[in-house]
Design a protein around this ligand. Structure first.
Ligand SMILES: NC(=O)C1=CN([C@@H]2O[C@H](COP(=O)(O)OP(=O)(O)OC[C@H]3O[C@@H](n4cnc5c(N)ncnc54)[C@H](O)[C@@H]3O)[C@@H](O)[C@H]2O)C=CC1
Ligand SMILES: O=C(O)CS(=O)(=O)O
Length: 455
């Protein structure tokens, strides 16, 4: 039996089975990437930019095929997969634009005595070889968020997709080659865990650009030792509805940022805090919107909620809802399962220490939590090991600024949900949500170092 079987999460059919790459394959790929540094060193920025621009065009040209690959391997609805590819086109375009704009700075030494009539010219230079490790949930756009900036910065890239995503990853890499990336500059492998750790620890790998969960991040950090780590990890992101907030907008954000992608986003609205004065009105509107969502076949253009990635994931989320109910919570809608499909669920009275809300729950479930005062809200929202993004619906800008200062997150979206994402905005969290920032310009800097010439 092969090492890994790609199973369609909806139909359960076998898509492909394959053996993981071993240490020898890892060493061979890294040797090619060491040689490929000469290709990058000889390539001017405008050529890298043109290649990334061509990649954006090729992603758009093959959007339908890529979307279908994503849906078949992850169960993400075809409409969500199409949105992902549109975003990936923009991520590649932003990488192309930024590739031409990697500017440094010039410094004059006369800022402090003794004057020395010297000028410092500070430039950004590539780290060398970057290993990019990606999760299952946005297999193309998150990969382009790593490959694009790493390439723009002048690095060579070892790309390690999730084992589920072999086909979409292979197609993406083929588009990168067709756009003009040299195989000595980009190599893709899916090693087993020991061989992955071998790659992470390899002295010719200068940085690990990882998106995924805490457990994997801890293993990578242990194996990597002394090298640059860029970690985009989990979240338990709050969506906050104030009494003066736009309830329709808040419902729209809750639906689209918790039930879309079957809730499998690190920035999903995993906890919904509603000020008591509008709790009933908001809940009524949310339930109306939830019960009208189409659930089922992810290949159906009308489906809004498809299956989770695999049976274990569905077991975990379904089990956490049952646990919350056993602790006294009340299901207002959903809590129904067929195979890997969980119906969108709205639940209230969940104890604050229940795993459903205390841990990151990767599924289509909205736990509602009323609150009275802002101080109570801040305490509740910050009571998490994670700190990725937050969203607040309010018309009070002074309150928004206060929450921006008091919430332990990397981004606060006002009159939007925590799932707000713009490809060129800085992205990343605090606490256990990660280290460093993605977002194209910021990722370029994370995968570069500043080199100073004094003349
Ligand atoms: N902050 C962000 O941008 C995002 C964070 N995530 C987080 O990722 C998790 C869900 O995605 P999954 O793919 O299930 O995450 P995961 O952590 O299981 O896997 C992510 C990647 O790491 C690899 N991996 C797993 N164990 C490893 C190890 N010991 N050493 C090296 N690589 C290893 C996997 O093969 C995969 O390529 C959730 O925790 C979610 O919050 C997911 C998407 C975006
Ligand atoms: O929207 C995205 O960029 C994916 S995630 O929200 O970071 O999981």
């Amino acid at each position: 039996m092969a090492d890994y079987q790609i199973i369609n999460p909806f139909g359960g059919d076998l898509i492909e089975e394959y053996d993981f790459a071993g240490r020898e394959a890892v060493d061979c790929a890294i040797d090619r990437l060491v040689e490929g540094r000469a290709v990058q060193a000889a390539m001017p920025a405008w050529q890298r930019s043109d290649i990334l621009m061509r990649l954006s065009g090729l992603l758009r040209e093959h959007a339908d095929h890529l979307a279908r690959l994503i849906t078949a391997e992850t169960g993400k609805t075809i409409s969500d997969s199409r949105v992902e590819i549109e975003r990936a086109c923009n991520t590649a375009l932003a990488s192309a634009m930024e590739a031409r704009a990697i500017t440094g700075e010039a410094l004059d030494s006369d800022a402090y005595p003794p004057q020395r009539e010297r000028i410092g010219v500070v430039l950004w230079k590539p780290l060398g070889t970057v290993m990019c490790i990606t999760p299952f949930n946005f297999p193309v756009n998150i990969a382009v968020h790593k490959i694009g900036p790493a390439f723009a910065a002048g690095n060579t890239i070892l790309f390690k997709p999730g084992p589920q995503n072999k086909r979409s990853a292979e197609f993406l890499v083929d588009l990168c080659y067709r756009a003009g990336m040299d195989p000595g500059v980009l190599q893709m492998l899916i090693p087993d865990i020991p061989a992955t750790s071998h790659a992470v620890a390899h002295p010719q790998v200068h940085a690990i650009n990882f998106t995924g969960g805490t457990a994997a991040a801890n293993a990578i950090a242990a194996a990597a030792g002394y090298k640059k780590l860029l970690f985009e990890l989990g979240g338990n992101d709050p969506l906050i509805v104030m009494e003066d907030g736009d309830l329709e907008g808040a419902v729209h954000a809750a639906i689209n940022q918790r039930f879309a992608t079957a809730g499998q986003r690190c920035t999903a609205a995993k906890r919904v805090f509603v000020q008591r004065g509008v709790y009933e009105a908001f809940t009524a509107r949310l339930l109306d919107a939830t019960t009208s969502l189409k659930v089922g076949d992810p290949m159906d253009e009308e489906t809004f909620v498809g299956p989770l990635i695999h049976t274990a994931a569905a077991d975990e989320v379904h089990g956490r809802i049952a646990d919350a109910v056993a602790r006294g919570a009340r299901v207002l809608s959903g809590h129904r399962r067929e195979g890997n499909i969980l119906w969108p669920t709205v639940i209230e009275d969940v104890p604050d220490d229940a795993p459903l809300v205390a841990d990151e729950t990767f599924g289509p479930v909205i736990p509602l939590r009323p609150f009275d005062t802002v101080d109570e809200l801040v305490t509740l929202a910050n009571d998490s090991p994670f700190g990725l993004q937050a969203g607040v619906f309010t018309r009070d800008l002074s309150l928004a600024r206060s929450l921006f200062n008091r919430l332990d997150v990397g981004l606060l979206a006002v009159n939007d949900g925590p799932g707000f994402r713009a490809e060129h905005f800085p992205f990343g969290g605090v606490k256990e949500s990660g280290v460093g920032r993605e977002g194209v310009r910021y990722a370029i800097r994370e995968m570069s170092f500043q080199k100073t010439l004094v003349i």
